[in-house]
Design a binder for this molecule. Sequence first.
Ligand code: AMP
Ligand code: MN
Ligand code: MN
Ligand code: MN
Length: 279
Amino acid sequence: MTSCSLNYDLHTHSYFSDGVLSPTDLVTRAHKHGVAVLALTDHDTTDGIDEASTAANALGVRLIAGIEISTSWAGHTIHVLGLRVDPTSRDMQEGIGKIAAQRAERARDMGRKLEKAGIPGAYEGACALAGQGIVTRTHFARFIVESGRAATMQQVFDKYLGQGKVGYVSAEWTSVPEAVGWIRGAGGQAVIAHPARYRMTATKLRKLIQQFKEVGGEGLEVAYGNYSPDNIKTIADHVRHFDLMGSRGSDFHGVANQYAEVGRAPALPGDLTPIWKDW
Ligand code: AMP
Ligand code: MN
Ligand code: MN
Ligand code: MN
């Protein structure tokens, strides 16, 4: 970030999904770190937006109503960010309501699998940590770390929760076109979250981006919290090739972990059109 450009952080989580902070604490922390424009993009829920807006108004932060929707595409889980969505959109709420039901069922299945693997009480533990928010693998991982069965979240994913591990339950989320449709229907802009993180070939990633653009997707997350310079270069090239826009976000989850601090992400390459161009 140069001193003249505003700090846009368009990818963050609160405890309404798998972040640690309340929306108010998230906005307060973002403000302290110099964020001028902040999107709250919880996984599959907009429940934190009202509280975040109130906190942002009080501090002079511009709050962007966002969401990070879980989708399935060609056997991969792809996260699609919706920015400037109307949280009251009926279609979007109906859609994410279905995801919430799927998540609840998956959590019970995960609990049963973990129990068989010698970890009792994980379902109850994860639900307690999720509180009023949606249940994610992060909550299971936190429970397993807190109960002393693993040292780090990474270890839990490597041993229990990653794809193909004993506690893993595969899920067929909504499709990319459907998620983009909900976002557009809610007046928002769709951005593929952390495109360099998906374990797929370059050819497959191009195919994903092509289809995403065909159904009305507008941007790729180019400047991501913990991308390498090489990641940024690769994704920026895709933005240029497909004539899309670039987004910037930390993916802050609320604590010092594998994710960046709120407001911390590399700068967007200067020749790209930022997703916030017309905001
Ligand atoms: P879910 O959407 O329930 O499948 O949970 C996915 C969440 O788990 C992601 O949003 C990440 O925050 C978290 N996650 C995925 N992989 C890891 C990992 N290796 N270490 C820590 N957290 C992870
Ligand atoms: Mn997460
Ligand atoms: Mn994500
Ligand atoms: Mn995220």
